[in-house]
Design a protein around this ligand. Structure first.
Ligand SMILES: [Zn+2]
Length: 328
């Protein structure tokens, strides 16, 4: 561009700007949307397509729930620029192996208030339909992980078989355990029963025991303690691994520096802490991708071990590459 034309362009731009400022009324800002955007995040793990699905967030008074002095929790949160009640993510993971569509946990459905229960909308926004899901694997049967299975006792994934560790199932689906539970805990049993029993009654519930390959590329990984049969899942394709570790951690701002700190929801706190440390050490040593149900969405990354503490290294955003399978 010659300098003449350039000068002319600048003059026109300047005049237009001045004209705009003088002659046009102030332009109103667009109204804020005021709603959350769809919450899903997709990436390839070997030949598998993984979609992290947000079920929403919940506000938790973690200074009361974590088993350590409230002052220490509040100081640790402050160091991470956070405060209590802490907004905690609730994540689930959809894996398309190419042969089967697998969902690990299903969010809270309507068991936990209006800030959760977003999984179904996000599943659809991500390009899938609930009737396409072949298998659902539960990390455990707390309401924020099973509530989305059924709505008013109606199955929400009509073609899926639901799987959970057998001791987990026996514990939460037992009428005897519900009857003898303290009043404050009865809701946990009732939530599990209302969510899972419609599948049991339809012959669509299949418990498993210990560490087994459940479908090709998906293996159960016992990590008991948070609940009696709490189970992680190792997803593996073409040499790439992702460990979906459920509720092994709730509050990274506290529990990465203090992995022995447990939470009030843990059935067996000592076992829960031991499972956390064992799995974290292995994942750090083997540099395995991990994902946590309550890590900030999408909750995928790596753990780095430094002495007896850990650091969370969230996965960078990556795009789907050309030639990779597309969602249907
Ligand atoms: Zn949970």
């Amino acid at each position: 561009m010659s300098s003449n034309i350039l000068n002319k362009a600048i003059r026109i731009a300047t005049v237009a700007t001045v004209f705009g400022l003088v002659a046009l009324p102030a332009i109103a800002a667009a109204p804020m949307a005021g709603t959350a955007a769809p919450g899903y995040y997709r990436f390839m793990l070997g030949n598998f397509e993984v979609t992290a699905l947000s079920d929403g967030t919940m506000d938790l008074p973690v200074e009361q729930l974590l088993q350590e002095p409230a002052g220490k929790t509040i100081a640790a949160l402050d160091k991470a620029f956070l405060k209590t009640p802490l907004q905690i993510s609730d994540n689930a993971y959809l894996i398309n192996t190419g042969k089967r569509l697998v969902l690990v946990d299903v969010g809270a459905g309507d068991l936990f208030g209006p800030t959760l229960g977003k999984l179904m909308g996000n599943l659809k926004a991500s390009g899938y339909k609930p009737e396409q899901v072949d298998d659902i694997f539960l990390t455990h049967m707390h309401p924020d992980h099973v509530g989305g299975l059924s709505a008013n006792r109606v199955i929400q994934f009509p073609n899926a078989i639901v799987h959970a560790e057998q001791h987990e199932a026996a514990y939460w689906l037992s009428q005897k355990n519900l009857d003898s539970a303290p009043d404050a805990s009865k809701g946990f049993f009732q939530g599990a029963m209302a969510s899972v029993n419609p599948y049991v009654q339809a012959g669509k519930f299949s418990p498993f025991d210990g560490s087994v390959e459940l479908v090709p590329g998906v293996r159960s990984y016992p990590s008991f303690g948070h609940t009696i049969g709490h189970t992680s899942y190792m997803i593996e394709s073409a040499g790439k691994k992702l460990l979906l570790m459920g509720d092994l951690i709730h509050v990274p701002a506290v529990q990465l520096d203090h992995p022995n700190v447990t939470i009030a929801f843990d059935t067996d706190p000592a076992e829960a802490a031991a499972s956390r440390i064992k799995v974290f050490n292995q994942a750090a040593r083997e540099r395995t991708f991990v994902a946590g149900a309550h890590l900030p969405f999408p909750g995928i990354g790596h753990l780095r071990a430094t002495g007896k503490t850990y650091q969370w290294v969230p996965a960078d955003f990556t795009r789907m590459r050309a030639g990779q399978p597309k969602p249907h």
